[in-house]
Structures are given as structure tokens and as C-alpha cells.
Design a protein around this ligand. Structure first.
Ligand code: SF4
Length: 186
């Protein structure tokens, strides 16, 4: 008989639930993810993006398989978010040096919060100089890497990590394997 469709051939393989989170970073790590170019189509075939800068969702979802985290923990909002993300994520990946070590985000640490706010909102503003009291979440005293607050499972170094490295890490994760990208820098 031709054209027979078996039950198993119609059952779709569930996609990996993938999220990306942007804490205190410049977005360069997310840009590097986009730099995987047409390979994004390959990733999209294997993953469902359930949260990220381009996803219109109000709350970080439950039961996320893999979350990529860009940026350091710099504000009370970052801290609340990373704890929530950790509690709802099976494999948490710190993406880039800001998330892993603090890196650029931590350059403010030697100056103190007030000096940084004054520099950003008063000294560098020529139109309406004032430190915002709303919308901008309160800063923590210093910016710190993600692992100081929650456990990370995989870290992907670089500023930003190269697109090829991100793709290879994601390919492994989507296949259910835990990669060791740091070994590539050994
Ligand atoms: S690691 Fe580099 S590219 Fe990534 S958020 Fe930090 S400064 Fe930007």
C-alpha cells in the first residue's frame, strides 16, 4: 500500500522550550546570537522561543528547558528576575563575560551608585538633567556576575561570544547534551 501514514510518523517531536534573558548588558550577546544568520532557521526547527526581547509575554513562563542569560546582576529588578528565571529553568546558560564575571557592567563598581547616576543623568545631560526616580529600577551597590546569586549550568565566554560558539553550544543543548564551551578556549 502506498501513501500509508503511520501513527509514529505523524507525532511531532516536542521542541525544546528556549528563553533568552537580558539583564545588565549592552545587547551585544543577543546580537551575536542573531549573527548565527540562516542557522537560526535550523535552531527554530528544534526550539520554541518562549521568552526573550522579541517575545510578547508578560511573565517568564514555567518549565523552560534552556535559558540564555546576558548581562550582570546590577539592579533589584535583575536580582528578582534571575531568581525567578532560575526557579523555572532546567539548564541555565550565562552568555558572555558580563553574565560570567561582571565585565563591562562591573566597571562602575569602584565609583559607587551616586557617582554613576550623577555622571549618567546630570553631567552628561544638556536638556533635562535629573536623576529618574521612576521606571529605572534601584541599582545594587555593585554589579555582580550571575553565579554569585544563582547556580549556572553552562557558561559561554566572550565579549560577545562568537556566533559559531553560540550555535555549537545551542546545538548541543537542543540535542539534550551539556556542552563545555570553555574547553574551546583552553
Ligand atoms: S559580554 Fe560584551 S557584548 Fe555581552 S553584554 Fe557584556 S559588554 Fe555587551
Amino acid at each position: 500500500m502506498t501513501g500509508a501514514v503511520t501513527r509514529s510518523s505523524t507525532q511531532a517531536i516536542p521542541k525544546v522550550r528556549l528563553a533568552t534573558v537580558w539583564l545588565d548588558g549592552c545587547s551585544g550577546c543577543h546580537m551575536s546570537l542573531l549573527d548565527t544568520d540562516e542557522r537560526l532557521l535550523d535552531l527554530a526547527g528544534r526550539a520554541a522561543v518562549v521568552w526573550g526581547p522579541l517575545v510578547d509575554a508578560k511573565e517568564f513562563p514555567e518549565n523552560v528547558d534552556v535559558t540564555l542569560v546576558e548581562g550582570a546582576v546590577s539592579s533589584e529588578e535583575d536580582l528578582h528576575r534571575i531568581r525567578l528565571v532560575r526557579s523555572r529553568t532546567r539548564t541555565l546558560v550565562t552568555l558572555g563575560d558580563c553574565a560570567i564575571t561582571g565585565n563591562v557592567s562591573a566597571m562602575r563598581n569602584n565609583f559607587g551608585v551616586n557617582v554613576v547616576l550623577r555622571r549618567a543623568y546630570l553631567e552628561n545631560d544638556t536638556l533635562d538633567a535629573q536623576v529618574p526616580r521612576q521606571v529605572i529600577p534601584p541599582l545594587l551597590k555593585i554589579a555582580r556576575p550571575v553565579h554569585e546569586f544563582v547556580a549556572e549550568d553552562v557558561f559561554v565566554p566572550g565579549c560577545p561570544p562568537p556566533a559559531d560558539l553560540i550555535f555549537s553550544v545551542l546545538s548541543e543543548l537542543l540535542a539534550g547534551r551539556i556542552p563545555n564551551p570553555a574547553a574551546k578556549f583552553g
